[in-house]
Design a protein. Structure first.
Length: 454
């Protein structure tokens, strides 16, 4: 007969237990096997047995054991379980988003006497954009879902078709800490606390505080790679969905990795603001007005056309700009601001060793920054070839970072800039002290600078 929940499941009984070990020993072993088998069957409840499954017992061809019951759950059923789990969580998630938008945000907008537009923007971020995106995504998932045979569903293409849309989570995740801080301030007033609780009850939402609901998008985007990895695990390579699921897994891992990377950058902006405050004679806009990451730093000789005079400077390459500083003649740890180069307007030109006719100088380990609009040229000399290679690699990394940021709309909010400025005011000033530890990149994908303050 076919075994059901509570039956033996699958037991492997060596033949020699019947003859050499005695009946008492065999019974004790059998009791242990019953317990293990119960656990197996409980995990495999509801799975149909295939034609090759054992029903009345057979001799395992790979060992001298009598096998009773059936094997572990088959791959198709496991894939169906994962598909059903994905569909179920997506439907519940859509309801959560709807509850946030209609139950909280919509009601807050009616109370201008309690909440300003700026406060609501900080608290809820781009939650409405996420809601609209997820509705379209789930509609496509439902079209691909095979209700009769879930394991035949092909949902991989849905993730690939919507891959660009998932980047909107970056803005939400980057804003989440500010949202929690703003919400915490509001909750100090009992009227706001009662208002949000009334919104929850009116919308008939589950008993979770508003900050719990606002956390769900952050949790959701992190869960996709885990779900897709599990789906790929139970998708046969000859399944029509296999290559799409594999590609979707790579895409979603990249999305979450980039979101985490940008969140890390935002956590470091305080240190960038502190560094700027330590540089003497600063002029012009703040670094954080355009940049959020120090990519590379080092000392080089520099000639700027038309002056043509060789000068030694310390350069700090950020996304979008490179800052030029001069060391104090006596206190070498003190820096003076000497200008900046807008990297959006320049292209990098590698130069072979030899004589340069434009500058009328002999060049070694040199490269140029050429202004695409005004024909201005900056000439740089690294001390060693290895250093020049690191700089060229850093410039490529800077352009790549800028392009990726533009793709997903990454930027530092005004609130985050204000918080960074407040943090700087609380830290004792160390005028001119170099705040970044030097770190030489060794590959294009591992350009990391230690931003810890000295």
């Amino acid at each position: 007969k076919a075994y059901q929940n509570g039956d033996l499941g699958k037991l492997a009984i060596p033949w020699h237990y019947f003859s050499s070990m005695g009946l008492g020993f065999f019974i004790r072993k059998l009791i242990c096997w019953f317990i293990i088998a119960e656990l197996w069957v409980n995990q495999e409840d509801g799975v149909e047995e295939g034609p090759s499954d054992v029903q009345n017992g057979h001799l395992d061809p790979n060992s001298d054991c009598l096998c009773l019951g059936r094997p572990l759950q088959n791959r198709d059923q496991m894939r169906a379980n994962v598909i059903n789990e994905i569909m179920s969580t997506e439907r519940h998630y859509i309801k959560h988003l709807k509850d946030i938008c209609e139950g909280y945000l919509k009601q807050c907008r009616k109370r201008r006497d309690m909440f300003s537009d700026e406060q609501l923007k900080v608290i809820f971020g781009n939650i409405e954009d996420i809601y609209r995106f997820q509705m379209g995504f789930v509609r496509d998932l439902e079209k691909q879902y095979n209700n009769d045979d879930p394991h035949l569903s092909e949902i991989g293409p849905c993730f690939l078709e919507h891959q660009d849309g998932f980047w909107i989570y970056s803005e939400y995740c980057n804003n989440h800490l500010d949202a929690c801080m703003e919400l915490s301030k509001l909750m100090k007033d009992s009227r706001n606390h009662h208002f949000f609780e009334a919104c929850r009850l009116l919308q008939q939402m589950i008993d979770i505080a508003i900050d719990g609901f606002l956390l769900t998008p952050v949790q959701k985007i992190c869960k996709y790679p885990l779900q897709l990895a599990e789906l790929l695990k139970y998708t046969a390579q000859d399944h029509s969905d296999y290559r799409y699921v594999a590609a979707a897994l790579a895409v979603m891992r990249n999305v979450t990795q980039q979101i985490n990377e940008r969140k890390r950058r935002l956590e470091n902006i305080d240190k960038i603001a502190q560094w700027q405050a330590s540089v003497l004679d600063w002029e012009g806009e703040d670094i954080l007005d355009r940049s959020s990451e120090l990519i590379y730093t080092g000392e080089m000789a520099w000639i700027y056309q038309p002056y043509g005079r060789n000068q030694q400077r310390v350069f700090f390459l950020f996304d979008h700009q490179m800052v030029l500083c001069k060391k104090d003649l006596i206190r070498r740890d003190i820096l003076y601001y000497k200008g900046r180069i807008d990297m959006d307007k320049y292209e990098v030109v590698d130069i072979e060793d030899g004589r340069d006719d434009d500058f009328n100088v002999s060049m070694k380990n040199a490269f140029k920054l050429h202004n695409k609009e005004t024909e201005e040229v900056h000439l740089f000399f690294a001390k060693k070839l290895e250093e020049k290679i690191r700089w060229l690699r850093a410039f490529r990394e800077e352009r790549k970072m800028v392009q990726e940021d533009e793709k997903i709309g990454f930027e530092i909010s005004e609130n985050q800039k204000r918080q960074a400025a407040l943090t700087v005011r609380k830290v004792p000033k160390q005028k001119g002290k170099v705040a970044f530890n030097h770190c030489h990149p060794t590959s294009e994908n591992t350009l990391k600078i230690n931003l810890n303050m000295k």
